[in-house]
Design a protein around this ligand. Structure first.
Ligand SMILES: NC(=O)c1ccc[n+]([C@@H]2O[C@H](COP(=O)([O-])OP(=O)(O)OC[C@H]3O[C@@H](n4cnc5c(N)ncnc54)[C@H](OP(=O)(O)O)[C@@H]3O)[C@@H](O)[C@H]2O)c1
Length: 289
């Protein structure tokens, strides 16, 4: 189905999109990738540059594609871009485009921790995006990812920068738990979700096999280097996040980090039939550094 039909990817220059486009291109799948600014194409890839994904420009180019993978999203707000605009309204726009272009399949990464009971602005916007997709009549697969890590994600780049400076700062106690998943596994799961009917109309946690404290993660990440690890008062980190738009951690980065969100890895393993890379093993081997 996929090889003679095309896959559309939005937010093409983002972290997940870059890795996914590379993977799909290597599998000889034809791509139509959309970004707000220019980017380098892979093999089998058609490029669309569009500031606001206006219908007139986009629609004729994506008609009858096999699926759309919607990778536009923000995790930090400003006066120029807020969650409602990007995570909710833009998703509505993309769902409309899918319907008009007769694209039947939509894949969307929401977030681990999203639920009807959430009180967090970021999760509320992702919940609303999920609802728009679920009620769209499209065949959807929604993933709820924990930290997706690789060589070039923001979190890893942030830690590498700190290692270079010789000191990693941990917000608060560092005893809160995270469940990272390796990007190379994520791109394989996304491809499966397009091809295999068992992913139809499902919401699935996208989490790795390890559930580890942030402190352990950081220690393993910087293993073999002379990096000092220092715990920073959580109030100070929040204060910086609230008052400084350029702070390393945004308010919701911190909310998510200390939230102890845990997903169902077994369900993911069962439905994909894949063996997942342990991020702890990756860290031990120094492959993320
Ligand atoms: N990475 C993770 O650990 C993680 C975890 C949970 C959920 N997710 C979700 O997965 C998706 C992709 O994540 P990512 O890590 O790849 O994020 P990313 O690197 O920040 O990429 C997101 C992309 O969204 C596009 N975008 C941002 N603001 C936009 C706007 N105002 N209008 C149109 N496009 C806009 C940009 O694409 P262009 O610059 O190409 O236009 C940007 O590169 C997001 O929805 C994110 O919430 C990621």
């Amino acid at each position: 189905m996929i090889k003679d039909n095309k896959i559309v990817i939005t937010g093409a220059s983002g972290f997940v999109a870059r890795n996914l486009r590379k993977h799909l291109s290597e599998k000889n799948i034809k791509l139509i990738s959309i970004s707000r600014s220019n980017f380098k194409q892979f093999k089998n890839e058609h490029k669309i540059v569009s500031k606001n994904y206006d219908e007139k420009h986009i629609l004729p180019k994506i008609q009858n594609s096999a699926a759309l993978i919607h990778l536009v999203g923000i995790g930090k707000q400003s006066i120029k871009t807020d969650y409602n605009m990007v995570n909710v309204e833009f998703t509505k726009h993309i769902v409309n485009l899918c319907n008009k272009a007769k694209i039947n399949k939509l894949v969307y990464p929401s977030g681990l921790g999203v639920s009807a009971n959430t009180s967090l602005g970021y999760f509320i916007s992702k919940y609303k995006a999920e609802k728009i997709i679920v009620n769209s009549g499209l065949n959807y697969t929604i993933f709820r990812p924990s930290y997706i890590v690789g060589k070039d994600d923001l979190f890893t780049k942030y830690l590498k920068k700190q290692v270079k400076k010789g000191k990693i700062e941990i917000p608060g106690s560092g005893t809160y738990l995270i469940q990272p998943i390796y990007i190379n596994d994520v791109v394989k799961v996304i491809l499966q979700s397009i091809i295999q009917p068992k992913f139809r109309n499902k919401i699935i946690d996208l989490v790795g096999p390890d559930y580890i404290t942030f402190e352990k993660y950081v220690k393993l990440f910087s293993k073999g280097t002379k990096t000092k690890i220092e715990k920073i008062n959580l109030e100070d980190v929040y204060h910086d996040a609230i008052t400084n738009s350029k702070s390393d951690f945004g308010v919701d980065d911190l909310n998510i980090l200390i939230g102890n969100f845990k997903g169902n890895h077994n369900k993911l393993r069962k439905i994909t039939g894949m063996e997942f890379q342990s991020v702890v093993e990756l860290l031990k081997s120094g492959r993320l550094l």
